[in-house]
Design a protein around this ligand. Structure first.
Ligand SMILES: NC(=O)C1=CN([C@@H]2O[C@H](COP(=O)(O)OP(=O)(O)OC[C@H]3O[C@@H](n4cnc5c(N)ncnc54)[C@H](O)[C@@H]3O)[C@@H](O)[C@H]2O)C=CC1
Length: 297
């Protein structure tokens, strides 16, 4: 049976990946600005009411992590109140809500991958706004899955991997932070997982399928590891080599403080939904070769 999904956002990485990955049996209605602005309650309610759907995916967000430090109110309006508006609409429509959240809800001081019920403690305005969104959703609409992902890259939009490939065109060496650990995640893999989870939620009312679930690529890396792997793959595709100079967070000051340990434990994702994302290097290879192929055209 056709699964009808209403998705917030028009051009984001996850939205674009969902549009690309949706098969014949999935119908996607993407809703974004100016028609749907997450910060505007009436517009969110009206747009989602209008879209006939079986489930809602809230994939739009204020994602400028550093800028959020000086625009905390805007971030809170979009990621906090905005998530509440989407939850209200989902409750009204009696539709499951899949909401994307982030590793940045944690402070990064734990010495193992974070589990869903570990205490949160965001260190940035972005992280606080995303945590507020999670809390609103929990209070408004129990029929939800909050999917915490991390370090998202893809062939679409702006992301770290695309930035590295761009820098590699003109530089022989790039300095990259080596003391933050996380799970690089391809938005196309997120999309595949979201499609499985959305279908399950529409078919199965089990409370064990609801709540917070981590959703990241398999395996850990530092930003420097991710950059090195990107350049290695690019070199195999004929690009000239680029060296990565491994630097410390302290040597690369940014407005937002990021967690040193962002790793997320994906056990629950596998147990509840039978979903396991591919190892990060494998997914990275698909993305980098595609980007270079598309550029060569
Ligand atoms: N990019 C990353 O590394 C990570 C992303 N996430 C979360 O995953 C989700 C998807 O992220 P991406 O696709 O990478 O984001 P993105 O930055 O590629 O796309 C965000 C989309 O939201 C839209 N948007 C922004 N403000 C809006 C508003 N007020 N009303 C309506 N639309 C608005 C933008 O136009 C864009 O289409 C977000 O919830 C994000 O917080 C979580 C962890 C890491």
């Amino acid at each position: 049976m056709t699964l009808r999904l209403a998705v917030t956002g028009l051009t984001g990485q996850v939205v674009s990946a969902l549009i690309e990955r949706a098969g014949k049996d999935v119908e996607i209605t993407a809703l974004g600005r100016p028609q749907l602005d997450l910060g505007m309650r009436n517009a969110v309610l009206a747009s989602l009411r209008h879209a006939r759907c079986d489930a809602i995916i809230n994939a739009a967000a204020y994602t400028a992590v550093d800028k959020a430090e000086s625009e905390a109110e805007v971030a809170m309006r979009v990621n906090g109140a905005g998530a509440a508006h989407v939850a209200e609409a989902a409750a009204e429509l009696n539709a499951p809500l899949l909401h994307l959240s982030t590793d940045y809800v944690f402070d990064g001081t734990l010495d193992r991958p974070y589990r869903e019920d570990d205490p949160t403690g965001p260190t940035s305005a972005y992280g606080r706004s995303k945590l507020a969104g999670e809390e609103h959703i929990r209070g408004i609409h129990p029929n939800h899955a909050i999917l915490r992902t991390a370090w998202v890259y893809s062939p679409f939009g702006a992301n770290f991997v695309k930035t590295m490939l761009r820098l590699g065109e003109t530089r022989e060496e790039v300095g990259v932070v080596a003391d933050q650990l996380g799970n690089p995640t391809n938005a196309l893999d997120i999309a595949d997982a979201l499609l499985v989870i959305a279908r399950r939620l529409t078919q199965d009312p089990a409370p064990s399928l609801r709540g917070v679930v981590n959703l990241t690529g398999q395996g850990d890396a530092s930003w420097a590891d991710l950059a090195e792997a990107t350049f290695e793959i690019a070199e195999q595709c004929g690009r000239r080599p680029v060296r990565v100079r491994r630097i410390a967070t302290a040597d690369y000051p940014t407005p937002a403080r990021r967690p040193a340990n962002s790793r997320l434990d994906n056990t629950k994702l596998a147990e509840r939904y039978g979903v396991v994302l591919p190892p990060w290097r494998q997914s990275l290879e698909g993305c980098v070769t595609r980007l270079l192929r598309e550029k060569a055209r």
